[in-house]
Design a protein around this ligand. Structure first.
Ligand code: GP9
Ligand code: MN
Length: 425
């Protein structure tokens, strides 16, 4: 009830991390483009297969003078996969332990990024080459306050351009361009890619690097579809450059979740030339995060963080205070950012300690942390924080508790004004 809402608002305020003055507002009024990198894991970045880069464009972006690249950024998704990643990014709430909040909580009250930014004059849009009902997107995007949803029905999908979940990335970005350029600025736009999706099939004609030969089609295919995605991104950036959008747009690219699960660790272990034990397996939940901000001083940032942290990070870059919003993550660029990344099963990673299947590991030595270990107390404390924050997030989501709380100066979403059908003229 509303008392629970008060408790959660207070919790959110208690974990709030003050913005870093060096970054607060550096992107004020700029456009925002999110690019959801389907199934891109961090190990691909700078990885070479037979002496050849798999993702040459992303590797270049990592070193771009305007990019902050996060090398210790983790996905925190569960059964809701892509939709869990989106849920965290738009709200800074966790996905649910079972199922997908996109599907079961599509009509909750939200104070999501598109609605927050609307109060600052932004127009919002999602671009995705699959049908709008997948993951219940066409419902929940309204609850988030998205003005536009360009789904499959806005695109022409030739047979050759069709992937299992919709339009292939290259034609997807190409066909999105006129819609993007028609949006009033500043805009908040999200592009959800698709080609690099399990089981990673690709027409040989579209492949531009050799597969590895582990003999496993999923593992081998992954490198070719990842390269295809990398090329699609490069082409999209060329377009953004031609449109002069690179000078007034924040571009955030993130991997949504892992591609290769434990089932594929034998092959992966050969390719990465390393054993994959519990600590390495947790480490493999890293996904790349690129935050490109025109004019900023780029760097490789080693802060531990996860998808839950993106919304407050972005809002602070845009110069928007987040203290009155209910968020479960904290600004990655804040001095007060908590370097604890909870996973949905109650495990976590942090700079010194990983919890894997409820066992704690000292990641410097790889040893288990048992009761006599110097890090034991800290491990227990991190475990308790992990469980507490997940539990409060679930309570908020399951109880639809934002019904009982409106942040000052926030305009609630009016779903009835939103319509994603193709205008007929
Ligand atoms: C479907 C796409 C894939 O539209 O976003 O979702 P996933 O299977 O990765 O959850
Ligand atoms: Mn996905």
């Amino acid at each position: 009830d509303s008392n629970d809402a008060v408790e959660i608002v207070n919790y959110s305020k208690s974990i709030h991390a003050e913005p870093n003055p060096r970054y607060f507002g550096v992107a004020e009024g700029k456009n925002v483009i999110y690019i959801h990198l389907e199934s891109i894991q961090e190990f691909l970045i700078d990885f070479e297969l037979n002496g050849e880069e798999v993702t040459p464009f992303l590797n270049r972006m990592k070193k771009d003078p305007n990019t902050i690249y996060f090398e210790n950024f983790f996905h925190q998704t569960a059964q809701g996969k892509t939709s869990d990643a989106e849920y965290m990014i738009e709200n800074s709430f966790y996905g649910l332990p079972q199922g997908s909040a996109f599907i079961t909580r599509g009509r909750n009250t939200y104070h999501a990024a598109p609605a927050i930014l609307k109060d600052y004059g932004y127009t919002s849009a999602v671009f995705h080459g699959n049908g709008g009902s997948f993951w219940n997107r066409n419902e929940i995007y309204k609850s988030f306050g998205y003005d536009y949803f360009f789904d499959a029905k806005y695109f022409e999908i030739a047979d050759d351009d069709r992937a299992e979940y919709g339009l292939m990335d290259k034609p997807f970005f190409e066909q999105s361009e006129p819609f993007l350029s028609s949006l009033p600025q500043p805009f908040y736009a999200k592009f959800i890619t698709i080609t690099n999706h399990y089981p990673f099939p690709l027409n040989e004609k579209l492949a531009s690097i050799e597969k590895p030969n582990t003999g496993n089609n999923v593992v081998d295919g992954y490198f070719q579809t990842a390269r295809y995605a990398d090329e699609a991104l490069e082409q999209f950036f060329q377009y953004l450059d031609e449109m002069n959008l690179l000078e007034n747009t924040v571009i955030i690219m993130y991997g949504d979740h892992h591609a290769l699960s434990e089932k594929y660790y034998d092959e992966l272990s050969d390719l990465l030339d390393q054993e994959i034990g519990p600590v390495e397996s947790a480490g493999l939940q890293r996904v790349p995060l690129f935050i490109y901000v025109p004019g900023i001083e780029g760097e490789i940032n080693s802060t531990y963080g996860g998808q839950i942290d993106l919304l407050p990070t972005l809002l602070h870059l845009l110069g928007i205070d987040t203290k009155e919003f209910v968020h479960f993550g904290t600004d990655l660029l804040s001095e007060q950012h908590l370097e604890l990344v909870p996973f949905r099963n109650g495990d976590f990673v942090s700079p010194k300690i990983y919890s894997v299947n409820d066992n704690f590991y000292d990641i410097n030595t790889g040893n288990k942390i048992t009761e006599d270990h110097v890090l034991y107390e800290e491990a227990i404390e991190l475990k308790e924080k992990t469980e507490f924050t997940l539990q409060l997030s679930d309570q908020l989501v399951n109880g639809d508790l934002l019904r009982f709380y409106t942040p000052p100066e926030f305009t609630p979403v009016d779903r009835s004004k939103l319509d994603y059908s193709v205008p007929n003229n």
